[in-house]
Design a protein around this ligand. Structure first.
Ligand SMILES: [Zn+2]
Length: 420
């Protein structure tokens, strides 16, 4: 019996092994050949051209032009390769050649042999082309069509949400995002946060339309869905204040400080003013001191407190607060400006100026800031090779522009090897 048992086991293992090998062989063949238009196509051929692999590598490296070159050459080996055509279209879109991208993707849609999923993905690309080109209605249509084919397509839903947001159609954006949240099933942390922001925007819109009651409800719901929806507290308080309910307003702003203390500074001006109106300015001092005690590195509460003290004529105490704030935020122009204001009020006392100068010497400043054009690594001096991305001659002087202007990054004039 024992021998027979062993034999059976061996036979069984052999059978499993044979089945595995057979499965592997069939799988390999299946992977290699794919039936299209009734003829077998060797899918491995693509991988035998260097252009396909090179193209994918350039793609990963974000070198769009080279990727387009290589992948275009690869398509001459296999004109049927849907995914490569799709990627090529996307690359043209990324380069800003939206018309070309649309042509490619529309051409793919004409293919008679697309599966439902393939059709959905080509439509998705087309929707992105339209969105990129500013054709809002056609983009909406494309994404909705994707969702008819593939109702749980998260990417299409997100794009639809963004389109509605661009049009300030907050209720529609919220409805779409709620579908995304259902798909995510609690796996993504930012879901509730986005629902909160969208509800808050709905409230702003209602407030603007004169529907104060609905606005109050929306702000409250925004806070309920995510207690860290900072603008909802501010708007809720503003709505109460506008209707003459200052105590309710203060309550809303104080709730913000409790729920998101690191964002408390958004409510500083409002609370300072309201406490003053209520004849209790000391409450602002107490609030700042509480926040400083909780987060000694937080410079905003110190700055707010120093301004409050200076306004009350307590310049020496304001100066001490500012010097405590400075090491935590040495780049902050607001602190330096406030220090000079207070120094002026104190008659430019040389001893105080010396204390200030000593402190700034110890602080880590970027005295002459330079930045890598490729990876945005910052350095206090120009470097010929970037220590982060290892690219040559990518450093330019960092120049800041107001947000509405474009970032000016001058082209480097000399090749890298010149200096080394
Ligand atoms: Zn770099």
């Amino acid at each position: 019996m024992a021998d027979g048992g062993v034999l059976t086991t061996e036979l069984y293992l052999l059978a499993v092994l044979c089945a595995l090998l057979l499965g592997l062989a069939v799988g390999k063949a299946w992977e290699r050949y794919k039936l299209r238009d009734g003829r077998w196509i060797d899918r491995r051929r693509l991988r035998e051209t260097p252009h396909y692999m090179l193209g994918l590598n350039f793609l990963v490296d974000n070198q769009v032009d080279q990727a387009i070159d290589e992948l275009t050459q690869a398509t001459s080996f296999d004109t049927d390769a849907l995914e490569i055509q799709m990627i090529l279209g996307n690359l043209y879109r990324q380069k800003g050649q939206v018309g070309r991208a649309i042509n490619i993707h529309q051409g793919l849609l004409q293919r008679p042999d697309l599966t439902k999923l393939e059709q959905a993905y080509v439509l998705l690309c087309l929707g992105l082309d339209f969105r990129h080109g500013g054709f809002v209605d056609r983009a909406l249509e494309a994404f909705q069509e994707v969702l008819r084919l593939d109702p749980r397509n998260r990417y299409a839903l997100i794009n639809l949400q963004k389109l509605y947001e661009d049009q300030h159609q907050w209720a529609d954006a919220l409805r779409v995002r709620e579908q995304v949240v259902k798909i995510d099933a609690g796996r993504r942390r930012d879901d509730q946060q986005i629902l909160g922001f969208l509800r808050n925007e709905m409230g702003v819109e209602q407030q603007r339309a004169g529907n104060g009651a609905a606005a109050l409800r929306s702000f409250g719901e925004a806070i309920d869905v995510d207690s860290r929806t900072v603008p909802a507290y501010l708007n809720l308080g503003d709505a109460h204040e506008g209707a003459g309910r200052l105590a309710d307003a203060v309550e809303a702003w104080e709730r913000l400080v409790k729920a998101a203390p690191e964002h408390a500074h958004f409510a500083f001006d409002r609370l300072e003013r309201a406490y003053g109106v209520m004849g209790a300015p000391h409450r602002f001092e107490e609030l700042c001191e509480r926040l400083i005690g909780r987060d000694p590195q937080g410079w905003r509460a110190r700055l707010a407190l120093s301004r409050h003290l200076a306004a009350a004529g307590k310049h020496r105490a304001a100066f001490d607060q500012l010097l405590d704030a400075l090491p935590h935020h040495p780049h902050g122009l607001a602190i330096h400006q406030e220090i000079w204001e207070v120094l002026a009020a104190l008659g430019f006392d040389p001893a105080l100026i010396r204390r200030y100068m000593e402190l700034t010497h110890e602080a880590v400043f970027y005295l002459d800031p330079h930045i890598c054009r490729r990876c945005r690594y910052r350095s206090t001096e120009p470097l010929w090779q970037c220590p982060q991305c290892h690219e040559w001659n990518t450093f330019v002087e960092e120049r800041l522009a107001p947000a509405k202007d474009v970032w000016v990054v001058p082209e480097a004039a000399e090749p890298a090897d010149a200096g080394r």
